[in-house]
Design a protein around this ligand. Sequence first.
Ligand code: FES
Length: 360
Amino acid sequence: MSSQDIPEENLPEEQAAAHGAAGHGGTATVTKHADDNPFHDPGLPAHKPRIQDIDEKAAKRSERTVAVLFMLSMLATVAFIACFVIFPIDKLVYIWPFGRVSALNFSLGWTLGAALFFIGAGAVHWARTLMSDEEIADDRHPIEASPEVKAKVMADFRQGAEESGMGRRKLIRNTMFGALALVPLTGVVLLRDLGPLPEKKLRKTLWAKGKQLINMNTHEPLRPEDITVGSLVFAMPEGLKEDDHNFQIEIGKAALMLVRIQPDDIKDKRELEWSHEGVVAFSKVCTHVGCPISLYEQQTHHVLCPCHQSTFDLSDGARVIFGPAGHPLPQLRIGVNAQGNLEALGDFEEPVGASFWERG
Ligand code: FES
């Protein structure tokens, strides 16, 4: 149905005028009173002042309520930090109806939730009781603002700031800034959960002078004759057991691979000195991002990391010849003890594993 089909008495005044003008040669005039027009714009309802608008005591009460809410947020933030420090990570408590829960997680969740809730509650109460609640209507304007509009926006902004009481109600302003300043501390504290700094732990492995090399498959001490040309053998330090609680951490640093290379084929002088009758021992942990290396090509003496194809030349100090790794594989100096077993002559002389720990 077009406006042509609508009875004139049901059209808004302007449309009815245009409709009448078009339909009666521009001579018709709309005379109906706005009260008879169901499409008449009723305008904005009259503003009803709130108790806080007319009673300064009520306004003060609201101000104090808002300040209390912001202060509760600050207390919740302090409680969050206190809970983080007080509760050990493995402490469980029974809380109905949740059952046994982590005291740390439970307290952090509640205190952070409270800190954010009270900021929101304070802001809402401030807006509902103290900021101006007068509705205003503004006509649409062209998108590009004229200088007058920009000046009006700035004037409105200043008026809004004035009506919000930001400058006048210093108690609210200061407590709000306090609450907003404290809440981010919760995030700073949580940074501690990224774990303790590795400090020197990544610099040390279980290898030490006199520690025998244990075959990871047979769990027997390795002898030089166990390592034949072309084979790749994995070893771990004597004393480390697979059911040790820290086995994964320690083997992640100490895992070793051994190959036998004809001494004449070893190009790197230090590598030759640190080997025993052509048996060389290198860290099995890739220096890119730490994958275990396991592919050996005996003709070229290259080992390949399966993760991103870094390739190391074991006959040349485990130099990187391809791929993203930034460093050669660390070499372990080895020898033979009185029983004829292979042993370490010390720890690695540089950190093993991913170079991004680099190395300091
Ligand atoms: S981890 Fe070895 S190449 Fe990326």
